[in-house]
Design a protein around this ligand. Structure first.
Ligand code: NAI
Length: 278
């Protein structure tokens, strides 16, 4: 793996590595190669699945399970992490999302509201909880960097993305609001990466994911960004080379977000003549 020692000496917490396809998994591998050391955290049930132990071994990381919606567990996680590293940390990856409504393929017009709350709590409010806990414990160094993962469904309608659209919209709003307050108080940076459809457990859980994936891939001038490329981009946001970037949602999608229609779609991928509406 090509490395530039971009994160030499930096310490962090990486949330959300479930298996080798997870975006957080690739981020952990690259961050380790770039010289960072970190704690891996995930929900107890994901840790029980077991894959994360392979990652921990490869990256010389300790695993501290935490339900990211539980403030007490988050406090313990930050306290233990600061003990391990003998001080404050430099970066956090928040790579967590889950919707029971999406999983169970409930139609958007018939959402289960308890599950809706769960979606918002796990996928969006958890970022606020992580940031609030870190700020309260003064756990992040000045110029530290927090990165979360979003999707363009935050601002456009994707038919089966369902309540995750609201979760991502809220997530991106928290990036702006908390990014402001944490920036003023401690010069801590908070950004979201709005990532292409990516073949992971969370991604594939969305009904019609293959169409999301191939449509975006055909439309984007560079094609879809994969998890490896996303991890590369995370390195720059954790590094000191992006010090003045905060409160942003940055599209990492091969150009998809600025497209209308592409030659590729016209010539190769789109055969419908419009009769489907008649
Ligand atoms: P993934 O399924 O590998 O990661 C999701 C992680 O969230 C898992 O590790 C899961 O254990 C964790 N999680 C769920 N509930 C939790 C809880 N209560 N406490 C702690 N952790 C919890 O899938 P992926 O794709 O790597 O997802 C990472 C992030 O990237 C998510 O926010 C997702 O929405 C976002 N994203 C994914 C895209 C895709 O197409 N895969 C596209 C754009 C954004």
């Amino acid at each position: 793996m090509l490395t530039n020692h971009l994160l030499e000496g930096k310490k962090g917490i990486i949330f959300g590595a479930l298996d080798e396809h997870s975006i957080a998994w690739k981020v952990a591998e690259k961050a380790y190669a770039e010289g960072a050391r970190f704690v891996l955290s995930n929900a107890q049930i994901a840790v029980k699945k077991g894959d994360i132990f392979n990652l921990a071994e490869k990256t010389d990381a300790q695993i501290i399970p935490a339900d990211i919606t539980d403030i007490q567990e988050l406090e313990q996680l930050f306290i233990k992490t600061m003990e391990i590293f003998d001080g404050k940390i430099d970066f956090i990856l928040h790579s967590v999302g889950m919707s029971p409504n999406v999983r169970k393929q409930i139609h958007y017009t018939e959402l289960n509201y308890n599950w809706y709350m769960k979606t918002l709590d796990v996928s969006a409010m958890s970022l606020h909880k992580v940031l609030a806990t870190a700020k309260k414990l003064d756990a992040i160094k000045e110029w530290g960097s927090v990165v979360t993962l979003s999707y363009i469904g935050a601002v456009r309608q994707f038919s089966s993305y369902s309540d995750m659209s609201q979760a991502k919209a809220m997530l991106e709003s928290i990036v702006r609001s908390f990014g402001y307050h944490y920036g003023v108080a401690k010069k801590v940076r908070v950004n979201a990466i709005s990532q292409s459809p990516t073949k992971t457990a969370a991604g594939s859980g969305v009904k019609g994911f293959n169409s999301f994936y191939s449509y975006a891939n055909c439309m984007s001038p560079l094609g879809n960004a994969d998890a490896d490329a996303c991890a590369d981009f995370c390195m720059t946001l954790f590094s000191d080379y992006s010090k003045m970037v905060t409160m942003q949602t940055i599209y990492h999608d091969g150009g998809y977000s600025n497209m209308g229609i592409s030659d590729n779609l016209i010539n190769n991928c789109f055969n419908c003549t419009g009769d489907c509406k008649e």
